[in-house]
Write a protein that binds this ligand. Structure first.
Ligand code: CTP
Length: 432
């Protein structure tokens, strides 16, 4: 149903005159080009939800690439085009970006394939989309300019806080939508509709997610873990039994869940101490999800998800160092400062956060506090790489060993000043 509701004043009120002016200029360019254009998707959804979102997605009935180049002219911007999909991005001089696509229908040659694309009307374009809440448009020019286009009762679903697919084959067309349903449900505190939930369970039972490439699956998981409060999303994925597509061995037992539940608190603590880097929160949660896998299942999962070498390497190292740290602190001993220094400096900041979520004992917390408040400061070095070269050392991996050994010597209290550092390097690395 087309509600014909005019949203111009809403746009001005929620997003400001500047953005409205941009939309008005887009509207003028469209009319001059004799094309009809629409703002679509998340931008319109968030406008009605009163959530600030300035990412305009434009759909053009007709030649989208040509229209994008006209927009670039209008705004003195640049245009980048993806001919194959008929999509462009217009980049304004200040870096602001607008996505432009032709209205299209998509054919899926087989489930989970990338779609084959054909030009169409805005109605067909909206009807190929994932959920009703994402299938709204604002007509930007021509008759009824700035009116809301609502073919699928999307406004009603937004008001009722419900996620509904547009048709029964939606998850078969694109199993990524199983994750997206949870993402939008949890992000907006909505509820997945009854029938949509049944379709999801059915698609999951049929194992449709296995037809997704590892790259797409990992991308969807990463996006979900980048949401605010990832734990809610993880629990919902567990409820729908979606995590088994990462690895069938991911159980998330009570110990895993307990650790997951503590990450937020450790992150808040981490904000109170001056860390040199900000932790990648999504990665901490990913580490938590895969932490309990045995090595073989872990390796299989890495292969399946076609991870980039860097991510593969960091996950492998972080799992290993975290397990080592847990083992070491599990022993009932009072560790020497250099052992503790070594243990914590080996952990990436994300692995450290996870480690403290798993081992939330007073002992682990005390050691972590001493490490950050005392040892890190003590371990600051005066010597630089240039100094080492001047002293006759050849640049290479040896430098890292020298710096690590120097830091440990500082923490032990064996050296204090720059002169101490020089003597120590000479004794340990040059006089042999
Ligand atoms: N879309 C879809 N099926 C998918 C992915 C996307 O139908 N598997 C459609 C949705 O209509 C969505 C639009 O493409 O609104 C743009 O996708 P994306 O940028 O991922 O979504 P947004 O709705 O803008 O979400 P976000 O707020 O997370 O950016």
């Amino acid at each position: 149903m087309d509600t014909q509701k005019n949203v111009k004043s809403l746009l001005k009120e929620k997003l400001g005159q500047d953005l409205l002016s941009i939309l008005e200029r887009i509207s003028q360019v469209a009319s001059r080009s004799e094309l009809t254009v629409f703002a679509v998707g998340g931008f319109v959804r968030d406008l009605l939800l009163n959530i600030p979102n300035k990412d305009i997605d434009i759909v053009v009935e007709g030649n989208g690439i040509l229209f994008a180049s006209k927009l670039a002219e209008e705004f003195d911007g640049q245009v980048k085009t993806h001919e194959k999909f008929g999509t462009s991005v217009v980049i304004f001089p200040d870096g602001y970006r607008i996505d432009v696509a032709m209205a299209r229908v998509e054919y899926y040659e087989y489930p989970a394939a990338l779609p084959t694309v054909k030009q169409s009307s805005v109605n067909s374009d909206l009807s190929r989309r994932d959920f009703t809440i994402n299938s709204l448009a604002i007509k930007l020019n021509g008759e009824g300019a700035f009116s809301l286009i609502d073919f699928f009762n999307s406004e009603r679903d937004l008001k009722n806080k419900e996620i509904h697919v547009l048709h029964n084959l939606s998850f078969i067309d694109d199993p990524c939508r199983l994750f997206r349903a949870i993402k939008f449900e949890q992000r907006f505190s909505f509820k997945i509709g009854k029938q949509t939930g049944e379709l999801m369970r059915d698609a999951i039972k049929k194992g449709l997610v296995t037809s997704l490439s590892g790259t797409r699956l990992l991308n969807e998981i990463t996006l979900i873990l980048k949401e605010r409060d990832p734990l809610k999303h993880i629990l919902r994925m567990k409820e729908f039994d979606l995590l088994k597509f990462l690895s069938p061995e991911i159980i998330l037992d009570s110990a895993d869940l307990e650790a997951l539940g503590k990450i937020e608190t450790v992150l808040s603590w981490a904000e109170t101490i001056s860390l040199t880097e900000k932790p990648e929160v999504w990665y901490v949660y990913l580490l938590a999800i895969i932490y309990s896998l045995d090595d073989e299942s872990f390796m299989q999962m890495l292969e399946k998800l076609q991870m980039q070498a860097r991510l593969k390497k960091s996950l492998t190292i972080d799992r290993r160092t975290c397990k080592k740290a847990l083992e070491l602190l599990g022993e009932d001993k009072n560790w020497e400062p250099e052992v503790i220094y070594h243990l914590f400096s080996d952990l990436s900041i994300e692995a450290l956060i996870y480690f403290l979520a798993v081992d939330s004992t007073d002992r682990a917390n005390q050691y972590a506090n001493i490490y950050f408040t005392q040892y890190c400061g003590q371990a600051e070095l005066s010597l630089t790489g240039d100094d080492l070269v001047e002293m006759g050392l050849k640049p290479g991996p040896i430098f890292q060993s020298v710096f690590n050994a120097l830091r440990e010597a500082h923490v032990k209290g064996a050296i204090e000043t720059r002169d101490d550092e020089v003597c120590w390097v000479k004794k340990e690395f040059l006089e042999q």
